[in-house]
Design a protein around this ligand. Structure first.
Ligand code: UTP
Length: 296
């Protein structure tokens, strides 16, 4: 069985839900407490034992590559000002990963973005993490998936249960139980099903472990929902060719590409922060008390 060594992170989307904030700044660079969203995602990759990251980027996203690069000028200035701790922090960030980036010239969909990675990934299984999907877990979500892959040796999509009236917002998986913990064998996948089109509540989130065969399939996938080349459509074909598993990961997931999901991530992460946590919780408690008193 081939080892998982590479992670693809597509960040080429337009981020229209966050306009005007994302007019000049990539949504993946929006800050959550003390670092940009993309850094949490890269930290998950590194904590899962992977050090080769392939970013699928587009015009205007160079801030992401710069964020993980070494900044000689900043380093020199911080050293002159005796800010050694800040310096060390920034340097450890640039040592975190080696980034290879591939340009997606047009935003033709997530499936197309993944297809752009085919030459860099080559003939081996790989991970995909969406650049705006955050998962907080004791054992990193990608690590959980790699551990399952080491047992099943097949593609895996991470899923979470969602209320039935929200399934139309997700790629939905129908599957049957297996002997592996929290794991289902995929039978069918539907992208954003219309009400009644599926009775499953298992929604695909932004973590995938894929087989290299997906590239050939994506190369022949025609635009689907929303006129975009959909990864879910290609996954459906892959699951017809060989086994595929849906894995109900352990942890909390935030859609940081959506305003409410982004705010929830900020509040939860701020509450857990070693220095900010306590004063932030006190602030929230005083806010709640005031609301109760005024009855709003
Ligand atoms: P989204 O649909 O959440 O991203 O795609 P978006 O298009 O940036 O956001 P909105 O809806 O306009 O606000 C999920 C992931 O796929 C990437 C995005 O960057 C995001 O990580 N993506 C999407 C691409 O890389 N290329 C695409 O053509 C589309």
């Amino acid at each position: 069985m081939k080892r998982i060594r590479k992670a693809v992170i597509p960040v080429a989307g337009l981020g229209t839900r966050f306009l005007p904030a994302t007019k000049a700044i990539p949504k993946e660079m929006l800050n959550i407490v003390d670092r940009p969203t993309i850094q949490y995602i890269v930290e998950e990759v590194v904590a899962s034992g992977i050090d080769e990251v392939i970013l699928i980027t587009s015009e205007g996203k160079s801030a992401i590559e710069n964020h993980f690069d070494y900044d000689f000028e900043l380093d020199t200035i911080l050293k002159q000002k005796n800010k050694q701790e800040l310096c060390d922090n920034l340097n450890s960030l640039s040592k975190l990963i080696d980034v290879v980036s591939v340009r997606q010239k047009e935003p033709l969909g997530l499936g197309h973005a993944i297809w752009m990675a085919r030459k860099v990934v080559g003939d081996e299984p790989f991970l995909v993490l969406l650049g705006d999907d955050l998962v907080r877990a004791e054992k990193p979500c990608c690590r959980q998936m790699i551990d399952l892959y080491n047992q099943v040796g097949e593609a895996i999509v991470a899923v979470q249960r969602v209320p039935m009236d929200q399934t139309y917002q997700y790629g939905i998986v129908e599957g049957k139980d297996t002997s592996y913990d929290r794991t289902f064998k995929v039978k069918r996948m539907v992208e954003k099903p219309a009400p009644g089109a599926s009775n499953s509540d298992m929604a695909i989130i932004g973590r995938y472990l894929l087989m290299p065969e997906i590239f050939d399939i994506l190369g022949t996938t025609t635009p689907g929902h929303g006129g975009e080349i959909q990864l879910t459509d290609a996954l459906q074909v892959l699951s017809n060719q060989r086994s595929m598993y849906a894995y109900e990961f352990e942890g909390r997931r935030y859609d940081a590409g959506d305003k409410l999901g982004y705010l929830k991530a900020i509040v939860d992460i701020a509450m857990e922060h070693p220095e900010l946590g306590t004063p932030f919780k006190e602030h929230l408690q005083s806010l709640c008390l005031k609301k109760q008193e005024t009855g709003d």
